[in-house]
Design a protein around this ligand. Structure first.
Ligand code: NAP
Length: 294
């Protein structure tokens, strides 16, 4: 792409991530205007062709698309809330991490001030930005996404999730839940096996195989959840609960932490007490959708 065809873009916030975002736009040939509270962080980008805007308001005026990537939403409101900052006519793409309610509120405020707004979550580290491995999730009006996708493509694999501005941050935390749950399960097994002299590297490929196998169950289980029907095709929850009791006992016997196994069984026990013992594992969604009740 060359500068005559590539759309201009502004980037506000040049921390570790913001610098990577601006760098990817420059690399793809987009005329790129940048602003950062600490101006010196723009030096490297300026030497690669970026324009430094004197104020955030000037960065917003420089083109019809502005990416914002700051520490948190408070910083964004502090910066864009000033009276002399015009948002009218621009599309803001906010890649600052935050909660779904913050995203929806930011969209409301931006739209009140005449801006279009997309909220995003970056599922990548700065070094991955600009490669297909960098997944950038975006939510907001599809027409806004479509209008700027050719520019946003410079950042990685950009995906539109839906019109609800809160979706990107919800997918973001859903991904974190998946990541930590898989890692904690692996650490539980690693701790138990270490008591028998098996090191983490020996167990890792076995654990990887289990995690990959379990992942293949998700589409079928998702169908059960979406249909609200949980026939025990593989095993019943009460059978699983007996295996959970065994996991707790074994953890305690070999002298490792049993908090995670106890949590797993406590949820299953509540579902069984509610009459779901004869159904299949994903019936536990009934426990996950409600706040903890003691
Ligand atoms: P960072 O290096 O700490 O940069 C933070 C940025 O926010 C800096 O540009 C900082 O300006 C600016 N800032 C903070 N408070 C401000 C205020 N009140 N007014 C104006 N500017 C303010 O953080 P980062 O790693 O770039 O992360 C930025 C966002 O991307 C975060 O929401 C983070 O969760 C998200 N993210 C990061 C990664 C990652 O791997 N780094 C991955 C995914 C998502 P100064 O330079 O002047 O301090």
């Amino acid at each position: 792409m060359n500068n005559e065809t590539a759309a201009p873009v502004s980037v506000i916030g040049l921390g570790l991530m913001g610098r990577a975002l601006a760098g990817a736009f420059l690399k793809a040939g987009h005329p790129t205007t940048v602003w950062n509270r600490t101006a010196s962080k723009a030096d490297h980008l300026i030497s690669h062709g970026a324009q430094l805007a004197p104020t955030a308001a000037d960065a917003l005026k420089a083109g019809s698309l502005t990416i914002i990537c700051l520490t948190d939403y408070e910083a964004m409101h502090e910066l864009l809330g000033a009276n002399d900052v015009t948002l009218e006519g621009t599309t803001l793409v906010n890649l600052t991490s935050g909660a779904s309610a913050q995203a929806r509120e930011a969209a409301r405020l931006a739209e009140q001030r005449g801006a279009r707004y997309l909220d995003g979550a970056i599922m990548a580290v700065p070094s991955g930005i600009g490669t297909a491995e960098a997944v950038i999730l975006l939510s907001g009006a599809e027409s806004d996404f479509d209008a700027h996708k050719p520019t946003l493509d410079a950042l990685g694999t950009v995906t539109h999730l839906g019109a609800d501005h809160g979706l990107a941050s919800l997918y973001d935390v859903a991904g974190l839940a998946m990541m930590w749950s898989v890692l904690n399960a692996w650490l539980q097994g690693t701790a138990m096996l270490r008591t028998a002299g098996v090191d983490a590297a020996t167990y890792a490929p076995f654990a990887q195989q289990i995690a990959t196998g379990v992942a293949t169950w998700l589409p079928g289980y998702a169908e059960q959840i979406d249909n609200g029907s949980f026939p025990a095709e593989v095993s019943a929850l009460e059978t699983d609960a007996r295996a959970m009791a065994h996991l707790i006992e074994e953890s305690e016997t070999v002298g490792v932490n049993a908090e995670l196994p106890r949590l797993i069984k406590a949820m299953a026990d509540r579902a069984i007490a509610a009459g779901h013992g004869g159904e299949q594992y994903p019936v536990l969604i009934e426990e996950f959708v409600k706040p903890r009740v003691d």
